[in-house]
Unconditional design. Structure first.
Length: 284
């Protein structure tokens, strides 16, 4: 179903929808691409310029909505005026063409709801400023490092326990993940030991981070490239036990990404792995 929705969640937990039974969206702007700045200097000799840098600027999001029922003008206006308070920050959940993205921690830069004819529908205009140029996926992508092997079975064979073996799974150490985001996304790898494991190496594309550690059954190692920390059972691991300079570079990028998580002792798969990331996009 093709629809346009915008839901604002305030930092104190309050929610306001611009597309529901009370309000309808008239205009929505600022969601295609962020502003791009190119820095340049004129060449000292000859034609043209020297490009000295570039950046994506903060994103302004403009919403114009109208009240649907003039009989509810009083309560609709009160709710709109009370919700849009610049003392808070806002997360905007935007759905467009069946795709939902999030503009995080937006500041309310301006809002107006004119005092016109009391019998006309209310017109609400809101301007948000998103400090981050990217839009975020509405949920994290979680990949389990498992291999599934189907098995042939004989339909007329009935084992004593009354079940048939259709396949089995085993722990995997590598995966190829397709990522269609326009911006690199940091990953969080959670390694749960099911036996004795010495050292863990996490590799994403051509970047790898080796953690010098000894895991026993039940231990949980978390490698978090977004927050740039590694924890073992909730306790932070000292930075001298891994190559911290490469940790922030564990990023998935547009296209196919080869990922590998292996133990220091070859062939040891006494661990289970979940890897997750939140996609980042230049627009919706």
């Amino acid at each position: 179903m093709r629809e346009v929705k915008v839901i604002a969640k305030r930092s104190d937990g309050q929610v306001f929808s611009y597309e529901n039974a009370d309000w309808g969206i008239l205009e929505l702007d600022g969601l295609s691409f962020p502003p791009i700045e190119i820095f340049k200097k004129n060449r000292g000799f000859g034609n043209g310029a020297i490009i000295t840098g570039k950046r994506k600027d903060a994103r302004e999001i403009d919403i114009v909505a109208t009240s649907r029922n003039r009989a509810n003008n009083t309560i609709d206006r009160k709710r709109a005026l009370a919700f849009h308070n610049s003392n808070y920050t806002f997360d905007l959940y935007i759905t467009y063409l069946d795709t939902t993205r999030i503009a995080k921690e937006c500041e309310l830069q301006g809002a107006k709801c004119p005092t016109g004819n009391v019998y006309d529908r209310q017109i609400l205009t809101v301007n948000y400023l998103a400090a981050d140029a990217d839009l975020f996926e509405d949920s994290s992508v979680i990949t389990q490092f498992k291999n599934v092997y189907p098995l042939w079975h004989v339909a007329r064979a009935y084992p004593p326990d009354g079940s048939l073996a259709f396949g089995y799974t085993e722990n995997a150490t590598s995966k190829i993940i397709e990522y269609l985001g326009s911006e690199p996304a940091p990953v969080v790898a959670t390694i749960m030991a099911t036996g004795a494991v010495e050292d863990i190496t996490v590799k994403v594309r051509d970047i790898s981070v080796t953690v010098r550690c000894n895991l026993g059954s039940g231990d949980v190692l978390v490698v978090d490239s977004e927050n740039r920390i590694i924890t073992l059972n909730g306790m932070r691991i000292p930075e001298n036990q891994y190559n911290g300079l490469d940790l922030p570079n564990l990023l998935v990028k547009y296209g196919d990404n080869f990922m590998q998580i292996i133990a220091g002792d070859p062939g040891n798969v006494a661990f289970e792995t979940d890897l997750k990331f939140t996609g980042r996009y230049g627009g919706i």
